[in-house]
Design a protein around this ligand. Sequence first.
Ligand SMILES: Nc1ncnc2c1ncn2[C@@H]1O[C@H](COP(=O)(O)OP(=O)(O)OP(=O)(O)O)[C@@H](O)[C@H]1O
Length: 219
Amino acid sequence: MIRFENVGLRYGMGQEVLRDVSFHIPQNSFQFLSGPSGAGKTSLLKLMFLSLKPNRGLIKIFGRDTARLDHDELAKLRRQIGFVFQEFRLLNHLTTFENVALPLRVKGMSESAYRTDVAELLEWVGLGHRMHVYPPVMSGGEKQRAAIARALISRPKLLLADEPTGNVDPILARRLLRLFVELHRSGTSIVIATHDTSLMDQIEARRIVLNDGTLYIYD
Ligand SMILES: Nc1ncnc2c1ncn2[C@@H]1O[C@H](COP(=O)(O)OP(=O)(O)OP(=O)(O)O)[C@@H](O)[C@H]1O
């Protein structure tokens, strides 16, 4: 599904922050991406989301060599990937419902076509009662779940989540992890970047560990 071969990334003229990174993410797999702060986790997720380009190496996503794709083809691939941003990136002037529906509106769907799907997904993440409120009055955990719902509404083949439990208490973190496990069971591949070892210890899953730009895999 995703293949990296000898990928290197640097910002500007700085040192490489990712060095000779090679790995494969199979279809329908679940993995944690961990490593100390500054090790390159967010950078690696952005490469997988095609929002950054590597300085060297090969990145294949859904079987396509991303270096050979034009802007439109990259955008088409990216629509099959959901991304939960560390800082949520919800729009404050839209309600929870409108934020989650946004990717479908952008695709040109009418509200009558997506209303039920959005409402059901919000129920599933436990936000059915917060559908019509705006982000500034929501708690960190509520915003986190809204961001997860927005990443899922287009039914992505792959979900990338950057510290998705970083802003919630341990009970909610366990609930969110259960949501990801359920999503994985329904066929989505999941990559969760996290520092939280107690979260990773809760389930048997592959661990991809970055340390100082070098990647190690523990199957
Ligand atoms: N836009 C940028 N410009 C320059 N350097 C950057 C940029 N983004 C990240 N870096 C640097 O790249 C390295 C890896 O950063 P990255 O955010 O990928 O790490 P991380 O493992 O996700 O960290 P954290 O766990 O703290 O979020 C760091 O040294 C960081 O300072």
